[in-house]
Design a binder for this molecule. Structure first.
Ligand SMILES: C[S@@+](CC[C@H](N)C(=O)[O-])C[C@H]1O[C@@H](n2cnc3c(N)ncnc32)[C@H](O)[C@@H]1O
Ligand code: SF4
Length: 364
């Protein structure tokens, strides 16, 4: 049984050009039926969930764009958990919404800020003004949220090193408990990539410098760089995302909703991305169409290494030692990119900047 539940809410007010998530624009008339479908899926899978949960994560799409009564009904019906996170777009966060979330057991909000620079928000097709982000943050604080995370993106077409510095300064001025800072990923063949091709190539050349600037600025300010792209405030409270830690530590989790992924006892399944078919299947009390993957022990171990090395705490090797390339390990140690003793393995600071490349060598 698992103690981690992900719930996907796909609806958004509009589609941002860079986004590759399973989303549906508008469709207000489907929000209620979609919540019914989620709750039916929960019933079908309930035996996979432990009696008490550690984390629930409502991701999207834009969960806070969901019609408020439907969202409230969902929150009321979901199992309680120690950490309940909701992803929110700043322009959807009103005083009422913040209070509603808080009164229904949500204790962590992940705010999709992306940038505080109007010209960069416009490149990303974001409809929000930076002051709206600040207002959303204070509505959440006023409602009693003491665990707020910001998502920021860097490497945006038109962004300069100075823009990034100002974005970080603006974020730090508000002082969220947690920050996720992502490199912009632009999928080949999309309208966004077509529109910004040359500029994306230029940004790609600066990505390493940007990454170092992000880590330097946030750690200087006292944040812990606990995962490649994630930072939390230091101090007495452990403010790491407990839900995402479950993924990175290779624990099982159940995902509900259109396009949602679950990993359970060596099997991974992904619900099909089509909204209508998802609604139809669950209206009949049937499981939605799924893609199922059986994970071999070797693949599970490789994933554990790949994800575990993203964290700042050493990976306890045990049986994972078998999937490592010994020669590569010695070479990377000599290069000062990894540190290992008989029991554990970790990337050094330099290794963490190179990240995936080092891990790929270790698993070659
Ligand atoms: C599920 S998404 C969207 C959440 C929310 N709807 C929003 O737009 O803020 C969660 C986060 O993934 C990040 N993200 C989405 N697409 C990305 C991309 N192409 N490259 C890098 N980060 C991306 C954004 O920072 C976003 O806040
Ligand atoms: S609002 Fe978020 S989830 Fe929706 S399209 Fe934009 S980036 Fe994607």
């Amino acid at each position: 049984m698992t103690r981690h539940l992900y719930v996907h809410l796909p609806f958004c007010a509009h589609r941002c050009g860079y986004c590759d998530f399973v989303t549906a624009v508008g469709r207000q008339e489907q929000h209620g039926p979609y919540v019914d479908a989620l709750l039916s899926e929960l019933d079908l899978e309930r035996s996979l969930l432990a009696p008490t949960l550690e984390t629930v994560f409502l991701g999207g799409g834009t969960p806070t764009f969901t019609e408020p009564h439907a969202l409230e009904r969902l929150l009321t019906s979901l199992p309680r958990a120690d950490e309940v996170t909701v992803e929110a777009n700043p322009e959807t966060v009103t005083q009422e919404l913040a209070r509603m979330l808080r009164s229904h057991g949500v204790n962590r909000v992940s705010l999709g800020v992306q940038s505080f620079r109007p010209h960069l928000l416009s490149v990303l097709d974001r409809v929000v003004h930076p002051d709206t982000v600040r207002r959303a943050f204070y509505h959440l604080r006023d409602a009693g949220f003491d665990n707020i995370s910001f998502d920021l993106i860097y490497g945006i077409p038109g962004q300069s090193a100075a823009d990034l510095e100002t974005d970080l300064a603006d974020a730090l001025e508000l002082g969220p408990e947690h920050l996720s800072c992502y490199e912009l990923e632009a999928k080949p063949g999309t309208r966004f990539t077509h529109a910004h091709g040359d500029e994306l190539a230029r940004q790609a050349d600066s990505m390493e410098t940007y990454f170092e600037a992000v880590v330097e600025r946030l750690t200087e300010d006292g944040y812990r760089w606990y995962e490649t792209a994630n930072f939390c405030r230091g101090g007495d409270r452990d403010l790491r995302s407990r839900h995402n830690l479950a993924y990175w530590l290779g624990l099982d989790y159940l995902g509900l909703g259109v396009g949602a992924v679950s990993t359970f006892a060596g099997r991974r399944w992904r619900n099909a991305p089509g909204l209508s078919r998802y609604l139809q299947a669950l209206a009949k009390g049937e499981r939605p169409e799924r893609e199922l993957e059986q994970l071999s022990v070797e693949v599970q171990q490789q994933e554990r290494v790949m994800l575990g090395l993203r964290l700042d705490e050493p990976l306890v090797l045990g049986e994972l030692a078998g999937v490592l390339d010994r020669d590569a390990l010695l070479r990377l140690e000599r290069l000062g990119l990894v540190e290992s003793d008989a029991r554990t393995l970790a990337l050094t600071q330099r290794g963490r900047f190179l990240g995936g490349g080092v891990t790929a060598d270790l698993l070659a």
